[in-house]
Every structure is written in C-alpha cells, then in structure tokens.
Design a protein around this ligand. Structure first.
Ligand code: ADP
Ligand code: MG
Length: 586
C-alpha cells in the first residue's frame, strides 16, 4: 500500500486565489521601469493573471548579481489537463514532477539566455539528478501544477532593462509554461514510464519486509555509474543477474512479474576480488532507499527505507553517545556509555554512527570496507595475543547480535577478512561484476579453517535515547536573529557553526542539504525544548513534513528544497559541534 501524501498538502488552488493584476498591467509596469534603478523592480511583487496560469512574484532580487528573483507559476488543471491517474498517489505525482522539472528546464534553456549583467535574462529551475524525490520546485495535484523557478531580472550595469523584462516575463515565460507544463504538450508515453517506475519501486520497497528481505536487485539492472561525478548509468556495463539460489520474484502492478536477487534480513557479506563490483553493488543498495528515473538502470533496485550507510569519519564530533556496545575501557577510565568527543577517531566515529543510526530508527546498516576503520571491523588472533588491552569490540563480534537482539540487518562489502565468514548468514561473491551465492562454500571453509580468535564479550546493545539541549543549538548569527544556510552541497551553516555532511553518504543533492538546514531551524524553534528526545523531535518533524510537505519548514515558497529522511536530519544534528545532550537512563 502506498501512503498518499500529495493530497493532504495545502492545495495549489488556494495559493492561486490571491488578489490579482493582469498580465497587461505587468507588461506596462515593466516598460515604465526601463532604464530606472534596479531597485524599482521591487514594486513587482504580487500575483498576476496570465489567463492560462497565475504568476506569483514572491521575491525580487536587490541587484542583478544577487540570487535571482523567486517566482511561481500555477497552472490550474482546467488548462494543464493531466489525467488523474498520472498523479493519483504520491509515487506517481513525485515521479511526474521530476519529469515536469526536466521539461520546464529544457524549455527554459531553449527560450532564454543570459543577456546583460549578473543573472540577467535567465529562467532556471532546480533540476533533479537520477532520483525521484519530492521537490518544492514542482507539484501536481487535482487542482493543478505549480512550478517554482528563479528569474534573473534583466539589467545593464545596475539599471533595469524593463523592456527586456517585459519580453522575458510576458512573452517567453508563457511559452515555456505552455510547452512544459501542459499535459498535451508533453510526451504521454514518457510520463507513463516515469509514473509507473516510481509506483513499482515504492511497491517493491513496501513488500520487502513481508518477504524477509532488506533489499532487492532486479535482473538486468545496471549498477555502475559513468563516473564519481556523473550519476547516470555506465554504458556497456555488465547487467546484473541474480544467482539462482537467491532469486525471488515480485508481481508489480505495472511491470508485471520481475525477478532478481533478494538480500535477506540478517548478516549479508559481499566478497570478491578487488575491482569486481562489491562497492558498486553496495552503493546501488544505499541509493535504493529512493526511487530512480525509469532509464537509470537501478529503477528496480530497492532497499528497505530506513537503511543507513555507516562509515568511519575521523575528526567529527560526538555528543553523549553510548558507544559501549563497541568500545570500553578507554585509557584513563573514560566513560563510553555517554561518550563525547570533538575529534573522534575512525573507530569511535563508526561506533557512534551505528548507535546514532539505531536511535534514528535504522533497521539496516550498510558498511563498505573501503570507508570503514579496520580496527573497528576486525581483530585477528595474533593481534589479540599481542595486545591484551583493546577497548574495541570489533563489528565482526556484534553483527550477529545486532540482528538477533535488535532486528537490525547488516550488509557488508568486505573482501579483506575471512573472519566474517563465521557470522554471515549469506555470502555473495562478486566475480566479473556478477554475483554468486557462495554461502555453502564459505561455511565449509570456515569449518575447515577455524580461527583461534576469541569472540570478544561485549556490553548489551541498548539504545540510550538522548535529549538535545536547546541552549547548545544556537542559530543566532550577528544581526540575523536566526540563520541556517548551506555552503556547497554538503555543508550547513547553522548560526556561527559549520556542519560538515561529507560523511553522510546517502545525502543525494544540494536540495536535501538546503531542506535540512531549514529543518534544523524548524526543529530547534518548534520541538527541541529540553524535554523531547531526539527520536521524538525526528518524529514530530517527519509528521509535519508528511502533512504539509516541504513548505512546513519555511513559508517563503522556496523552490530549491528536496525531501530528506529523518536519518539524514539526525546525522546533521549529531554533527553539530556545539550539541549537548542529556541521556535518558536506559
Ligand atoms: P570493488 O569494490 O569490488 O573493488 P568496484 O565496485 O569499486 O569494485 O568496481 C570497480 C570498477 O568496476 C568501477 O569502476 C565500476 O564502475 C566498474 N563496474 C562495477 N560494476 C560493473 C558492471 N556491472 N559492469 C561494468 N563495470 C562495472
Ligand atoms: Mg570497493
């Protein structure tokens, strides 16, 4: 069953029903502005009736070099004319929105170009990558389509080019909207491909649990990407093919019967020689928490929605986390049940990441040896003999209990240590980019070559809830009372602090980082009160987002926000260096 979030958000028609001037009036005003100071553009704020749509000018830039002006176009269904099946549930409306953003961006590129100073003449929309995610740039429901975009109001030097602006807004923009946002102007078959891909992926994901799976990779999927900075599928790649013993089938409403590899709950180990595709498979699972474009190659690779990629991140800060399931008896008797550090080591950061992911509700952990701390992952017999005082209980001694005691599954890409053969429920070997089920062979080898290492005894795997302290989250910055913004795609500036999110690997675009920056402020002002636990705060924010969409976070009609998960919001709070918490007694 698919939860339909699209219908409960504030409807587009209410946004379109403000007092209006008409398009002629806008045209005349712009002509009058020609040659005057740029600041006179500010008068344009307001709503204009263009007949087929309403144009809202929400924010006017103060000069041609400032961030471009923010506008919205609302096209009622009377003229957009989308058949209801194209947006009838959130899986479909989100996929259709991604398609429409592309369509708008293509038309904007065709019709506009930079001309004059700064951003003059440009109409732009925040474009999606390979993923189908709710974005504030485009929304569709039974009332209509709303597109949010920016316009560089034209200038020469600091003088308004009113005539150019009149052409841009009153002639080019209507053409862009006419060609990009009406159903009849788009490719109906392509729209069908988007909405069915989105819906099938959501249905696959929701069915995983009942089948005892944490992930599914359809036969024929293309997992590798073109490059580290190009997320499109690699051309000529070896398509995925499940080993027969791991093959499962699903009946999807659109694609019909699909087969592929089921990754079962418990401990799954991905082994194989270097360069044989282990990390590529794991990365596809990481991204499988989200839906993909129909031509992505991973459109039928899905992972259980709460899965968190865990990595080592030395140097990060940690605030009052119970890492005792993994680390104990630190030098100088330092407590690890409520561990804080301004400069964590690789192993403590990875231990904290797991505890934090559990606190945020993760049911699956994804770990790649490439980004893990070796001493956190393994510890062999010889080292056990040589070093008797070792604070770390390696993950190899805990993965099994994580599942048995807490129901948390782990998928590990690990070619370097055979110690995990003893604890893996399933072992998948990647060979020339194809998976083989080597579980039986791994068991035979583990039995024939028993390790003499002792499984370390460890503390219970409790989750200690934490209450974030409001005074430790200070968003004030200079004259601004509250400020949260972003720098680049992986950095949030919260008040005077910088939150580095480079280690949060499932953050997929700058829009998510921007939304998380807004959410931090929102959480801080609405819910972080010194009484609610972090998990309660995440619940509350998640509930508001589900009810009101991304606009819940900010009432300025921003067009550059992307939906994010509670896990990533938690990751941002956890990386705030000033954060202080009170632990709730276990
Ligand atoms: P490992 O983690 O096993 O060392 P990677 O997953 O990093 O290997 O893959 C190594 C290289 O092989 C990468 O450049 C990746 O793009 C490429 N690759 C992975 N899977 C495939 C595939 N199915 N077809 C073609 N190339 C692939
Ligand atoms: Mg690798």
């Amino acid at each position: 069953m698919i939860v339909d979030r699209s219908v409960s958000h504030g409807s587009i028609s209410t946004l379109c029903s403000m007092p209006m001037h008409d398009k002629e009036r806008l045209y005349q005003r712009l002509i009058q502005l020609d040659g005057r100071s740029y600041a006179t553009y500010k008068e344009l704020r307001g709503t204009y009736d263009f007949g087929a749509f309403a144009l809202h000018i929400d924010h006017v830039q103060s000069d041609p070099f400032a961030a471009p002006s923010r506008m919205r176009a609302c096209v009622p269904q009377a003229s957009a004319a989308y058949p209801p099946h194209t947006y009838q549930n959130s899986s479909r409306s989100v996929a259709l929105s991604a398609y429409l953003i592309d369509s708008f961006a293509a038309q904007a590129r065709r019709h506009t170009q930079r001309s004059g100073s700064g951003y003059s003449g440009l109409i732009e929309i925040a474009t999606p990558g390979q993923l189908l995610l709710e974005r504030s740039a485009m929304r569709i429901d039974s009332t209509g389509v709303e597109a949010r975009f920016t316009v560089g109001l034209p200038a020469t030097g600091r003088r308004a080019l009113g005539r150019q602006a009149a052409h841009l807004l009153c002639e080019l923009l209507p053409e862009i909207i006419e060609n990009a946002l009406r159903y009849a102007a788009n490719d109906a078959e392509e729209i069908e491909r988007y909405i069915t891909a989105g819906e099938d992926a959501d249905i696959l994901r929701t069915q995983l649990r009942a089948r005892g799976l944490v992930a599914f990779v359809a036969d024929g999927s293309v997992l590798p990407r073109r490059s580290g900075i190009d997320d499109r599928p690699l051309a000529g790649a070896v398509p995925f093919l499940s080993p027969p013993s791991l093959r499962v089938e699903f009946d999807l409403p659109n694609a019909g019967r699909v087969s592929g590899m089921g990754v079962r709950e418990g401990v799954t180990l991905i082994v194989g020689g270097g360069f044989h595709g282990k990390s590529t498979l794991l990365r596809a699972l990481e991204r499988g928490i989200y839906n993909h474009r129909p031509d992505d190659g991973r459109q039928r690779v899905v992972c259980e929605a709460s899965a968190v990629k865990i990595r080592a991140e030395d140097g990060r800060s940690i605030a009052g986390v119970d890492i005792s399931p993994f680390i104990n008896e630190l030098p100088m008797g330092r407590d690890t049940t409520c561990f804080s550090s301004a400069n964590a080591s690789g192993s403590t950061s990875q231990a904290a990441y797991i505890a934090e992911a559990m606190e945020a509700g993760a049911r699956t952990l994804l770990v790649d040896e490439d980004t893990a701390a070796t001493n956190f992952m393994i510890r062999d017999e010889r080292m056990q003999q040589l070093v008797s005082h070792e604070p770390i209980t390696p993950l190899v001694d805990r993965v099994h209990a994580l599942y048995r005691e807490r129901g948390i599954s782990t998928v590990l890409a690990m070619g370097g240590s055979g110690d995990y053969l003893d604890v893996a429920d399933c072992v998948i070997a990647m060979e020339d980019y194809l998976p083989r089920d080597v579980t039986k062979r791994a068991r035979t080898i583990a039995a024939a070559h028993p390790t003499a290492r002792k499984a370390a005894t460890a503390h219970p795997l409790a989750i200690r809830e934490r209450i974030p302290q409001p005074h430790s989250m200070d968003a004030r910055r200079g004259k601004r009372s509250l400020d949260a913004r972003t720098r680049g795609d992986h950095c949030v500036l919260f008040g005077r602090e910088t939150i580095d999110l480079n280690g949060v690997e499932q953050l997929v675009d700058g829009g998510q980082t921007r939304a998380i920056a807004r959410a931090l402020l929102y959480a801080r002002t609405h819910y972080i009160d010194g009484r609610r636990s972090l998990a309660d705060v995440l619940d509350a924010v998640e509930r508001d987002l589900a009810e009101r969409g991304l606009d819940a976070l900010d009432d300025r009609c921003l067009g550059d926000l992307t939906h994010f998960r509670r896990q990533e919001l938690a990751a941002a709070i956890n990386r705030l260096r000033s954060l202080q918490v009170l632990q709730i007694e276990a």
